[in-house]
Design a binder for this molecule. Structure first.
Ligand SMILES: Nc1ncnc2c1ncn2[C@@H]1O[C@H](COP(=O)(O)OP(=O)(O)OP(=O)(O)O)[C@@H](O)[C@H]1O
Ligand SMILES: [Mg+2]
Length: 1024
């Protein structure tokens, strides 16, 4: 404790020193600002234009950044001066006329500097971060490279771009805003502005569409990733970062949804059987419990053993049915919770986990609420398939393969077949096990109206932070399907990822990143670890006058909520406004019902009031107002105190539960006492709250027990606050580890995505890809030569037949075997070291050159029948469609690899390492397949049927010289019909690859997400 204190002290002073060090800079800015009001407004815009011309012409980033540092004091002064000029002017923000009244305070200048230097500026809520951002945005936009400001929702993006737009326009810069329903042209125009506001999702989806879907340069909307300032940075880079951005479409490989239906009845009875089993364990525990405290007050014999027995029983029940009401009721008693914890500790302390395993095996399946895992046990497998308990056991692939290799079978073909069979069996089983595990979770961990709601025959996820319904979002890995099966609603067809990126990786694309929030300190490690973002805590402009009461702790939720209502009534009677934060929609509705009985008029902020949310929050500071809101609702909107409220003590904030992360609680507290206003906060907690139930440290329970609180009694002490914070720190760490792990998995995908998007972009950005196409053909030829021959072989030993089959199957050349052999035998030249051909023998080299020369000639001829512009488009399409088709299949494979890899952890191997190895291998294969596919398609596309027929006719004349022809040398009739197939196939392929976005659901009248500019119902949604 002392140690921590000392550390804090050091870090604290380091931060303070840094802030102090900036004072001279602030003085300089203010000195510059003194001289500015004398200038005409036009002079400011001239200065901007001058700077912009100079900075954008600088050759590199280092020079630009140096130039920016030089003009920083003057540039910040210009922003401050333009704010001064705006004072008293009316600006329309989101339809409301607002009078400008802000001139940046010194602390805001410091904040602006922190952002410019690529750090997180922690500034308390209400300190005016919106304005702070304008300083570095103006300065950095002078480079002409586009600065992005990222907000948490569309409302804030629009509000802030309009509000702060006044400053930018006065200074002569342009500002844009990306909103959900804009067409690609509008988006492009917004990105072309000097400054662009928008949400993380809009920026991220645009990136994915630009790089993963657009097939032409003119379809791309973004123009690079230079500098992003992320507002509410903790919310975006930590909370939102848990779900990646995904553009999805129908799965290329379809998993049978019938499995969910098929397993549902058995899983239902399995869950029922487990409930009965756990009920029995609970009964046993209930019978043992009274023996702990005999009526005569004596210590019973074998007391310790008794405690252990009860603890084990409770632990088992929690593993079996974590949300059973009977269990939760028993655990309300701190003593029982303690017994459960010590049983857990004991089981996990044992390295071999043998005892834990044995306890598990008494159940049918085991659920881990913390890690969200569900596992069948031996007993469970027997229950499901008594005649074949092996049905749900994963075979160990490596061992099984090894057995085949060392077994009696000598025929290699039969061995390969045997392995393929094992592999197929493995895949079916792993799919079934996966579905069962998802169904178990759906039944045991996902509660209707808490984690999700059912509306209009659909399962809709409820956001655990805001309580909002997340329309269109789906849980991944088949969990959503499992919940759909459980609820008996239509199981939607499996979709697959067409393009995806995590928020982390999207923001790592920026050359320069900065963030601002009221609460970053508790997550400083994570920001640094993952984003390399440092932190500067900026002092408030006026001292914070908020009074934070100690937490009040109760035994049960019921008691807690009664106390909350009492507090609301008493504060409300003083006329003070109240803001009550809850962790879920359910809790806010429960509280609202309780309040209705007292007759207090109040507003509830949840999904239903979505649109007016910001406006309601603005009024929350008026006399007598009572507002109930889920913890995150209305973040970023200002609460101004009504007349006379400050004299009463300002806004009072009530927290009805501690959140998993401390910063969310701090965020709630910060809603009051803004800009030096008076205010107070008070949190209420019960031992039944999730945080306490899952992570409550034994210490709290011991304290509670020692004091022996009675029903309805509250406990309150600074020590208790500290223990609760310790519990929260534990959860924060735990969640950070999970996020880090997820990121490690995603890093693998990220590298692959970079390669593939790089390849795509190269194709999109080059005017002419013919050379690239021919290069690819040569690369594939070199690779194929290696398959049919080796440098040390004589030409006679080569598989000339195989080579000629391959050549003639892929290209319409009809080269006879003899001719290939002749070319090979004529070879004398050794390829140049370091060239594509390096390592080939002279014969191999010669045959490669021969083939590629012939392909090039034939290709030139084909091209001569085409419109020159059309052929360019076709060539690009040939490459892109091969990339996209195979990349999507690869994404599908990677998804399932990730699902199945956890299962392989049984073999004591680290799943992440396995995943990386497998991913690497398949990615290499992918790159080869893409090139082979491109090669295969070079001649199989045409801009029109006519051009293709002409080419084929000409070819058959050509073939007369080479009678032994390949697959192209059929009669003209078949050739022509194939041509039409090819053309229509190409058209169909274009139609198929259009994306359907799985983020917010696309409405029939919305613009199509494929960016065609048409309405969805007239485009990709035509058949749906
Ligand atoms: N320099 C200033 N002078 C006067 N008022 C200011 C100044 N800067 C900001 N304000 C006012 O402070 C209020 C809060 O501003 P803002 O919403 O930008 O705060 P914030 O730091 O973003 O808070 P939150 O963390 O809640 O998002 C606004 O009403 C704004 O007008
Ligand atoms: Mg804000």
């Amino acid at each position: 404790m002392l140690f921590n204190f000392v550390i804090k002290k050091i870090i604290g002073t380091k931060n303070d020193r840094e802030v102090k060090r900036l004072r001279p800079l602030i003085a300089k800015i203010n000195a510059f600002e003194k001289g500015l009001p004398a200038l005409p407004e036009e002079a400011l815009r001239q200065k901007t234009a001058e700077w912009k011309a100079r900075l954008s012409a600088l050759p590199d980033r280092a020079a630009q950044s140096q130039a920016m540092n030089e003009i920083l004091p003057e540039a910040f002064a210009m922003v401050k001066d333009s704010c001064r000029r705006l004072v008293g002017r009316e600006i329309t923000v989101r339809g409301h006329p607002t009078v400008w009244d802000m001139i940046p305070f010194d602390v805001q200048l410091i904040g602006g500097y922190a952002l410019h230097s690529g750090r997180i500026a922690e500034m308390a809520t209400g300190e005016g971060k919106t304005l702070v951002a304008t300083l570095p945005i103006y300065l950095n936009a002078l480079t002409g490279r586009g600065v992005h400001l990222v907000t948490v929702n569309d409302y804030l993006a629009a509000r802030d771009s309009e509000w702060m737009g006044a400053v930018y326009t006065l200074l002569g810069l342009t500002v844009g805003c990306i909103l959900h329903d804009q067409s690609p042209d509008v988006r492009r125009a917004q990105y072309a502005c000097d400054i662009t506001y928008g949400t993380n999702a809009e920026f991220g989806f645009d990136y994915l569409r630009d790089n993963g879907m657009a097939t032409r340069l003119e379809d791309q909307v973004q123009r690079g990733h230079y500098f992003a300032i992320v507002d509410e940075v903790d919310s975006i880079l930590i909370d939102e970062a848990r779900t990646p951005l995904i553009i999805s479409g129908p799965a290329v490989v379809n998993v049978d949804n019938q499995f969910y239906e098929r397993f549902k009845p058995t899983i239902q009875s399995l869950v029922f059987a487990q409930q009965k089993l756990c009920e029995r364990f609970l009964d046993e525990a209930r019978q043992l419990i009274p023996k702990l405290h005999p009526a005569d007050g004596s210590q019973p014999a074998g007391h310790e053993n008794l405690e252990r027995q009860i603890g084990l029983l409770l632990y088992k029940v929690r593993m079996g049915t974590p949300k059973a009401p009977g269990l939760l009721k028993l655990l309300e008693d701190g003593e029982h919770l303690r017994l459960l914890h010590s049983a857990e500790l004991e089981l996990h302390a044992d390295q071999s986990k043998k005892a834990l395993y044995e306890e598990k095996e008494e159940l049918l399946f085991a659920i881990d609420e913390k890690s969200h895992d569900a596992d069948l046990t031996e007993k469970g497998r027997n229950f499901l398939r008594p005649e074949d308990p092996e049905a749900f056991m994963m075979p160990d692939l490596i061992t099984a393969f090894h057995e085949v290799d060392t077994g009696p079978e000598t025929d290699p073909v039969k061995r390969v077949e045997a392995k393929a069979k094992i592999q197929a069996n493995f895949e079916t089983k792993s799919q079934q096990i996966h579905i069962i595990s998802q169904l178990l979770k759906a039944y045991c961990l996902y509660e209707r109206d808490v984690e999700y709601v059912v509306q209009e025959n659909k399962v809709i996820i409820v956001d655990e932070h805001t309580g909002r319904l997340m329309h269109g979002r789906r849980w991944s890995d088949g969990l959503h399907q499992a919940v759909e099966a459980k609820e008996g609603v239509e199981i939607e067809r499996e979709t697959q990822t067409l393009a995806t990126i995590t928020i982390q990786n999207y923001f790592r694309l920026y050359e320069k990143l900065a963030g601002m929030t009221g609460t970053a300190e508790t997550e400083a490690n994570e920001f640094f670890d993952i984003y390399k973002l440092g932190l500067l805590v900026i002092p408030t402009n006026k001292p914070v006058a908020r009074k934070d009461k100690n937490d009040s702790v109760y035994k049960t939720k019921r008691e807690k909520f009664n106390a909350v209502v009492q507090e609301i009534v008493s504060i409300h009677n003083q006329g003070r406004p109240l803001l009550v934060g809850t962790v879920s929609v359910e809790a806010s509705e429960q509280l609202s019902n309780m309040l209705k009985r007292t007759g207090i008029i109040h507003s509830v902020l949840n999904a239903k009031y979505h649109q007016q949310e910001a406006e309601i929050i603005t009024r929350a500071g008026q006399r007598g107002a009572v507002t109930i809101a889920t913890n995150m609702a209305g973040r970023g909107t200002d609460i101004k105190l009504g007349p006379g409220v400050a004299d009463l003590g300002g806004l009072h904030v009530v927290g009805t539960e501690r959140h998993e992360a401390r910063r969310i609680d701090r965020q709630l507290r910060g809603r009051c006492a803004r800009q030096g206003d008076p205010g107070s906060s008070h949190f209420f907690i019960s031992l039944e709250d999730d945080v306490m139930r899952l992570f409550g440290s034994d210490r709290i329970i011991k304290v509670m027990e020692r004091v022996g609180i009675e029903e309805g009694q509250e406990l309150e002490h600074p020590l208790l606050n500290r223990s609760i914070e310790t519990a929260q720190k534990g959860v924060e760490q735990h969640n950070f580890q999970i996020r880090k792990r997820t990121l490690e998995y995603d890093d693998v995908m990220n590298k692959q995505r970079e390669v593939v998007y790089g390849f795509r972009n190269e194709v999109i950005h080059s005017v002419d890809v013919r050379d690239r196409l021919m290069d690819i053909m040569e690369e594939v030829a070199v690779q194929k030569i290696g398959e049919f021959s080796s440098p040390t072989m004589d030409v006679q030993e080569w598989s000339i037949r195989g080579l000629s089959d391959w050549v003639n199957f892929n290209f319409p050349l009809g080269i006879p075997e003899k001719e290939l052999a002749r070319a090979a035998n004529a070879g004398t030249e050794t390829p140049v070291t370091g060239s594509l051909y390096d390592g080939l023998s002279p014969a191999q080299f010669a045959v490669c050159v021969f083939i590629s020369k012939r392909v090039r000639e034939a290709y030139e001829m084909k091209a001569s029948f085409e419109n020159p512009e059309a052929i360019k488009a076709i060539e690009r399409y040939t490459i892109l469609s091969a990339i996209d088709k195979l990349w999507q299949e690869h994404l599908y494979f990677m998804d399932s690899l990730r699902n199945s890899i956890g299962l392989r952890a049984y073999g004591q191997r680290d799943p992440l390492i396995e995943y990386k190895a497998e991913a690497f291998k398949t990615f290499e294969e992918l790159m080869v397949s893409i090139k082979t596919e491109i090669c295969h398609n070079i001649f199989r596309s045409a801009s029109s049927l006519m051009a293709f027929q002409q080419f084929l006719q000409n070819l058959s004349r050509h073939e007369a010289i080479h009678p032994q022809a390949g697959s192209y040398s059929q009669a003209d009739a078949t050739g022509a019909s194939r041509a039409s197939d090819v053309v229509s196939e190409a058209a169909a392929a274009v139609a198929k690859t259009k994306p359907v976005r799985s983020g917010p659901k696309v409405g029939r009248n919305d613009p199509c997400p494929c960016q065609s500019g048409k309405k969805y119902k007239h485009c990709c949604g035509r058949n749906g």
